[in-house]
Design a protein around this ligand. Sequence first.
Ligand SMILES: [Cu+2]
Length: 246
Amino acid sequence: MGTVSAFEFVGFVFVSGILMVLCMAQTNVHYYDFVLKETNFTRLCSTKSMLTVNESFPGPIIRAHKGDTVYVNVHNEGDYGVTIHWHGVKQPRNPWSDGPEYITQCPIEPRSNFTYEVILSKEEGTLWWHAHSDWTRASIHGAIVVYPAIGTTFPFLKPDEEEIIVLGSWYKGDVNKMVAESLETETTYRWLVDYGKTYLLRIVNAVMNVELFFAIAQHNLTVVGIDGAYVYGFCTVILKDISVGV
Ligand SMILES: [Cu+2]
């Protein structure tokens, strides 16, 4: 067994202290204020009022370095409750700032505010934030740019310039009213069945551009065919990712 001299031990503590100071100096804290309010916007020749953050669409860009912490104080000056989610941010041991409505928090009510603590741990690159209440994210979203940690660089040649491109949707009407109305409609399909009988459902996905999920409450489904061919029957409670087609 070797012995550690007092000089070596002091040297170790000194070097560790320097490393600790260097590590601590490499992360920063950022503060943003997000004000949610109805704002008039014009796109595709139509003007409408919609909920935005800081009157911009897309919303403000959050810029930080890997390892930084961002505090976002959300002031809700809109007409209904909203939460904000930090998409792709892992938020280690910090779920109460993750944002899904009614899962990790109640909505931020009109005329109140809530401060999120967004901990950037291992993420680096481009992420986004968006509202997480019904379809409010249609107009409430923006980019999160996470630069390499201070003192490091990209794993490729440093670009000369960069540009953020947010691909979004534009609905001519009020998205949230459209969703509410679609849920109120009396045109929902109903099918009366006899208890104990077995029924074969032939399901076609004829929507334009999304995959669908299908389930029947409190029932299992046995899948017996896909795309015009029989399959060995397997039991499931939900059909996931039904692609456009049959
Ligand atoms: Cu998300």
